[in-house]
Design a protein around this ligand. Structure first.
Ligand code: HEM
Length: 444
């Protein structure tokens, strides 16, 4: 690239006759707003209207490049399973247009990292393959005792707190972190630092979680980007040391697999390795802590469901976990870019246009779920779309389910009563989020 030519995000070429529908005009700014994700009723109303009136909706929200909002469960599946036609590489998640321009200007491309969710096959497949075995049910099962031991420690901690705590802040936030740190093989002492770093990446729009608290969510793109870059630099420093250590002293952990990973006979690059640690560390806990807390909140708000769970924690835990993951839908979206023209539910998507896969909407789709706005611990079948679908489908889903089952069984077989002790609050983030605070009162 010459000094004068600054790389730019691709122009979204647009059919000039295309107009936003009334439903899209009324909702497109809402469905990208981090604030609205802290108010599920508003978000549910926006998505319900889109599903009913314009399920594949052309959206041109303020400050973002346009996209098609895909809000029906079947359409999210249809797009997600066609990984050659709908790719991740160009635009895998929502980002302010100004921030995208800054990343392009700095890197010549759309990303600061090369994580699995930002890659397409064949590289995506080859990298995913490196650790895939670690997250398959047979391997996850071998960790069950260790996971149940950690679940017990956390419920002990709750009991020791003497009858009141913030379930999200004191329990749900740290429990999945402890497990993913163990799988990565990093010391317990580093947990607070890791928690802060991953929250800064995922919760970067929430003022309580930002590194630089002066930034509003629409804040200055330059400052926002340098704040994320500082966080990434800390991650890099930390995992560069881990890489060196695992090359010198291989262990039975995922860090050893990443540090010594090869693709086509060559060691994977520094950026690929760093990105891998980051996606496993970050995706491995915020999501699970959000749904662990979100499910408990679902029960506290629905005493009949709580009673069902407390009457039979072991029998109910499997279905309750999936319902918690549907109810919370911790990952709010991913995006794809069409590599060819394609017709979806009668709308003509053009090559180069992006699609927003709206998971919270798919999880409330009336065509798939009976009474989708009701929380039911025994919901079955429960065709949740929370883990995505197709070649990028969540690598950690078996682990997440087992973690949640373990803590729900431990908690609800021991606690005698539990209720809300204050107003819960929610994370402001349009990418990954859920409860921020769940004050509870309980007796063991
Ligand atoms: C990908 C959700 C827990 C690791 C994803 C995707 C979603 C998701 C929606 C993208 C799927 C797609 O594009 O089709 C969730 C939810 C979780 C959870 C809701 C908890 C309830 C975990 C855990 C790990 C993990 C515990 C631990 C390692 C990953 C990785 C990817 C991924 C590495 C990228 C996969 C790829 O692109 O090939 N997850 N996740 N996730 N998740 Fe999870």
């Amino acid at each position: 690239m010459s000094d004068t030519a600054v790389a730019q995000p691709p122009e979204t070429k647009k059919d000039p006759s295309r107009q936003m529908s009334d439903a899209a005009r009324a909702t497109s700014d809402l469905i990208v707003s981090p604030d609205v994700y802290a108010h599920m009723d508003q978000l549910d109303a926006a998505f319900s209207r889109l599903r009913a009136e314009d399920p594949v909706a052309w959206c041109e929200p303020e400050a973002f490049r346009p996209f098609w909002a895909v809000t029906k469960h079947a359409d999210i599946m249809e797009v997600s399973r066609q990984n050659k036609l709908f790719t991740n590489g160009e635009r895998e998640m929502l980002s302010y247009e100004s921030a995208e321009e800054r990343v392009y200007a700095q890197t010549g491309g759309p990303h600061l990292l090369k994580t699995l969710v930002q890659l397409d096959d064949p590289m995506h497949y080859k990298l995913r393959h490196l650790t895939q075995d670690w997250f398959m049910p047979h391997k996850v099962k071998t960790r069950e005792d260790a996971i149940r031991t950690i679940a017990k420690e956390f419920v002990d901690r709750m009991e020791d707190m003497g009858g009141e705590c913030d379930f999200q802040q004191d329990i749900a936030l740290y429990y999945p972190l402890r497990i993913i740190m163990q799988i990565l093989g990093v010391p317990v002492d580093d947990e607070p630092m890791m928690l802060k770093l991953t929250q800064e990446i995922f919760g970067a729009q929430d003022p309580d979680l930002m590194r630089d608290k002066s930034l509003s969510e629409q804040g200055d793109a330059d400052k926002g980007l340098s704040s994320i870059q500082e966080t990434l630099a800390q991650f890099f420093m930390y995992f560069t040391n881990i890489t060196q250590d695992r090359r010198d002293n291989p262990k039975d952990d995922v860090s050893t697999v990443i540090a010594n990973g090869t693709v086509d006979g060559e060691p994977i690059g520094q950026l690929e390795a760093m990105s891998y640690y980051i996606i496993v560390a970050a995706a491995g806990h915020d999501t699970t802590s959000a749904s662990t807390g979100g499910g408990v909140l679902g029960m506290l708000n629905n005493p009949a469901q709580l009673k069902k769970m407390m009457d039979d924690p072991k029998g109910m835990s499997r279905t309750a976990v999936d319902e918690a993951i549907r109810w919370t839908t911790p990952v709010k979206h991913f995006m794809r870019t069409a590599q060819d023209d394609y017709e979806l539910r009668g709308r003509k998507i053009l090559k180069g246009e992006s699609l927003l896969l709206c998971y919270p909407s798919g999880n409330r789709d009336e065509d798939v779920f009976n009474d989708p706005f009701e929380f039911r611990v025994d919901r079955s079948p429960n065709k949740i779309i929370s883990f995505g679908h197709g070649g990028h489908m969540c690598l950690g889903m078996h682990l997440a389910r087992l973690e949640m089952q373990a803590i729900y069984e431990e908690l609800f077989s021991r606690v005698k009563s539990i209720e809300l002790a204050g107003e819960p609050s929610f994370i402001r983030a349009n990418f990954v989020g859920g409860p921020k605070s769940i004050p509870v009162r309980y007796k063991f």
